[in-house]
Ligand binder design. Sequence first.
Ligand code: FVH
Length: 293
Amino acid sequence: DGLTGVASQVTVLGLGDMGSAIAKVFVNRGYRTTVWNRTASKGAPLVEAGATAAATAAEAVAASPLVVVCLLDNTAVEQVLGSVDAAVAGRVLVNVTSGSPAQARSNERWASERGAEYLDGKIMGDPPYVGTPNIVFPFSGARRAFEAHESTLRVLGSVEYHGEDPGAAAVEFMAQVAVAYELLIGFLHALRLVQAEGVDVAEFAERVAGSLGAYPPLLTSFGQAVKNGEYGPDLGSLDVQAALMDDMISHRESMGVEAVRMREVKDLMDRRIADGHGDQGFSSLFEVITKRR
Ligand code: FVH
């Protein structure tokens, strides 16, 4: 069964762009790979490459000790696992479908009630990078299952283990996605702003790309400041930074560009200053984010 030893047989449920990339890597690395997809025709290229197509999800699960689930969302996961039900007994389920920590914990309970072990995984990267170190898979859940199958999971890319809480990988994933979305939506607004001022957006993007090298040390110093609750005047004191905010906001508004994020920054700065911490820096805004009035 899936709870002992290294698997040479793997099942993949879900053959969208990501599931197909995962299955292809297993086939290429010599794993006896069984695949299943709701729309069966998507399995054809994998069968041609050497995989075996199962007629049902339950048959696919029965074929291998290790079962990787890669579907659109948790609703699809619940539907597909519901059709499999007791056939998961003795299997290790590795669910790499995007979803929340609560969903991961609920899936773990479902698997455990049926005698399966559950690992929640998330995917940070795109399908072409599967099988390379340039895609990251955070995992969490049963340590025993992770350690038994770590070498197989490493075939997929860079692997991190975040502990026994099945929700931990989703916590990491959702926070990393949030950082990316917040950064990128801010960047798109900046592109709107410079374009409205007649600046070449591609050239501006190149300059921003060049300046991103300054961020890693800033992020790690913010992490330390928040952890220790000790805030130096990073990016300058808030008193000085706040003096710019009205101009930032009115410039955006004058160019017809959304200013909601700049208003939020100004509001946080004003509150931190009102609390008597105008001598501290940007990282200290963490304190007012967590203490809403
Ligand atoms: N593709 C990417 O770049 C991102 C990278 C970051 C992580 N995501 C997550 O990976 C999961 C799968 O994404 P995907 O790219 O493979 O998505 P699709 O190509 O749209 O394939 C979706 C598969 O899910 C099946 N499916 C959907 N609903 C159901 C259902 N109710 N019952 C059974 N299967 C279902 C769908 O089947 P079909 O439409 O082909 O019949 C596909 O196999 C996802 O969580 C991303 O957030 C990928």
